[in-house]
Design a protein around this ligand. Structure first.
Ligand code: 13P
Length: 331
């Protein structure tokens, strides 16, 4: 499968991003139901086949993140997902955390679980062809309550680092995803301050466990105001604030692939394009979930005669984001 450094470089190769299609069974089921599709394992499989086999996907997507259920399923011809997407020139990835759970001692905050038995699960995922993994930590901003708290910041950073070290030991590239949520009415400055603190703790914990930064992909939130804030920042403001926070990361970091976090597909793309105007030592690309797949789900909504329409909606979003990333000037 190659070393973690080689795989990480492929994941953030120029002009490419990563598709996040790893919603848990619960989240995927409620999204399907909202779109009028019955939430069965077979419909979740059909939907992921639709996404993965979209025409030309590998032109703009280096990898797809799946959940455990999908990696145990197959394409219509019986080929297992990991092998099928590999055959399409796309790296298969696996979400290995078991979710953000209420953190005892920290009311209103969560710690992401999934470390128990992780080494064994990673070994299994490597055997069935997974090239990379993902773990998402979640932080809320509530300035009045002093959130995110130091406890949530430290607990999640430690878990992210233990996960990342375990992945590299198994030859799997960890996507390290600390997500400061857009929930609330906080300012872009509040988001910058909270995200900088979160990242500092993550860097410290990664260093303590000797995680090789050239063999990870960082998946952060963009620096952006809360979704209930009065004013919307411009792409230039988002890009400038985001790059300023990211500058604390060493040059050897393999790359940065942003989550979309609830932004509209168009806004996420515009912000990503504005990022490219900044000269950074690491590539800045996308690992969007909703900003790529929402239009596809809406176009398909379970109708087998609309598979191509769903695929086109996905391909259009991937192409738009790949084009945004390609506006980056070579150093
Ligand atoms: P969104 O882009 O929808 O935020 O999802 C990305 C992701 O992988 C969340 O863990």
């Amino acid at each position: 499968m190659g070393s973690c450094r080689d795989i990480a470089a492929r994941m953030v190769a120029p002009g490419k991003g990563i598709l996040a299609a790893d919603e848990s069974i619960g989240t995927m089921s409620s999204r399907l139901e909202k779109a009028g599709v019955e939430a069965t394992a077979e419909n979740r499989r059909r939907y992921r086949v639709l996404l993965s086999s979209a025409q030309g996907l590998s032109d703009g997507a280096s990898g797809i993140i799946f959940c455990d259920e999908t990696l145990g399923q197959t394409f219509d011809d019986g080929t297992a997902f990991a092998e099928a997407v590999n055959n399409l020139g796309i790296l298969p990835g696996i979400k290995v955390d078991t979710g953000a759970k209420p953190c005892p001692g920290l009311p209103g905050e969560t710690v992401t679980e999934g470390l128990d038995g992780l080494a064994g699960r990673l070994e299994h995922y490597a055997e069935i062809g997974a090239a990379f993994a993902k773990w998402r930590a979640v932080y809320v901003i509530d300035a009045g309550e002093g959130l995110p708290s130091d406890g949530a910041i430290r607990s999640n950073a430690n878990a992210l680092a233990r996960y990342a070290a375990a992945c590299q030991a198994a030859g799997i590239v960890p996507i390290v995803e600390p997500e400061v949520l857009m929930d609330g009415s906080h300012s872009i400055q509040d988001c910058a301050a909270a995200t900088a603190k979160v990242h500092e703790a993550v860097r410290e914990e990664l260093a303590l466990l000797n995680v090789d930064l050239a063999g990870i992909v960082l998946k952060p939130n963009m620096i952006i105001e809360g979704k209930d804030a009065a004013d919307e920042s411009t792409p230039d403001q988002v890009a400038e604030a985001t790059v300023e926070v990211l500058r604390a990361w060493p040059d050897e970091l393999a790359g940065v692939a942003f989550l979309s976090g609830g932004q509209s597909p168009e806004r996420a793309t515009a912000n990503l394009e504005a990022m490219q105007r900044h000269d950074t030592p690491w590539p800045l690309t996308f690992s969007f979930g909703r900003a790529l797949v929402d239009p596809a789900l809406a176009a398909w909504h379970g109708d087998s005669s609309l598979v191509e329409a769903g695929q086109k909606a996905l391909s259009d979003r991937v192409a738009a984001n790949a084009a945004a990333v390609r506006t980056r000037q070579p150093a």
